[in-house]
Write a protein that binds this ligand. Structure first.
Ligand code: CA
Length: 224
């Protein structure tokens, strides 16, 4: 059994590699997102263990890119925090399981074995609101059938808004979810990205879907 571990903390990846080799697995390591995509695309693995927070490309981008390339290697996500949003996002993007750091090595091993026993059923996942469609597997967004040319961050931002349609999302929540950092509340990075997203998603189309809620944040919904 051959495993790819994508993890940027050297201590953690060395520890995981040693433990897995002791259990009879052959292990390759990737320390960043580009290496992970390169290895996963060019070698055949039985399982990928993917740290969500990697330099370069995060785990979400990596799994979306792999699924877009039709690489359906079973994937187990590792994350530093337990948030329902992360869990749902990971599973919807095609992760097979999810483990929150710190974890016991024996638990990781048990989860790995359970995934390896399982087949790989992988539903395609398309989120919709009005004429807006977001295909999470193919990483494609469209309105009224017109494909929208979004950057990876814009795609991630739109998928967050769409996943939580009708819910007002604060700038802080958006910043943490899309950039994984804490912005000061006066930071305008979120506003700038929302503005760019609007110019692609809303300006050429009706009805407008992205709405500003003054003092609170942003919400995606189809208003009558
Ligand atoms: Ca990390």
């Amino acid at each position: 059994m051959k495993i790819l571990i994508a993890e940027d903390e050297p201590k953690t990846s060395a520890y995981l590699k040693r433990g897995m080799e002791e259990n009879g697995f052959v292990v390759d390591l990737a320390g960043n997102g580009d290496d992970a995509i390169h290895l996963a695309s060019n070698c055949s693995y039985d399982l990928i263990i993917l740290d969500v927070m990697l330099p370069g490309r995060d785990g979400w981008t990596i799994i979306s890119e792999l699924r877009r390339r039709e690489i359906s290697t079973p994937t187990l996500f590792l994350t530093a925090r337990d948030s329902v949003h992360d869990r749902v996002m990971g599973l919807e993007l095609g992760a097979d399981d999810y483990l929150v750091k710190p974890f016991a090595f024996s638990e990781l091993l048990a989860r790995m074995r359970s995934i390896l026993r399982r087949g790989p059923p992988r539903p395609s996942l398309v989120l919709k609101l009005a004429d807006l469609e977001l295909d999470l597997i193919r990483h494609r967004a469209a309105r009224s059938g017109h494909v929208l040319d979004l950057t990876p961050k814009e795609f991630q931002l739109l998928s967050l808004l769409l996943r939580r349609t009708g819910e007002v999302l604060s700038r802080t929540l958006i910043a943490e979810s899309v950039w994984d950092i804490n912005f000061e509340s006066d930071s305008n990075v979120v506003d700038v990205h929302i503005r760019r997203l609007r110019s692609k998603v809303d300006d050429p189309f009706d009805p407008k879907l992205i709405h500003t809620v003054r003092g609170a944040g942003y919400v995606l919904e189809a208003r009558a």
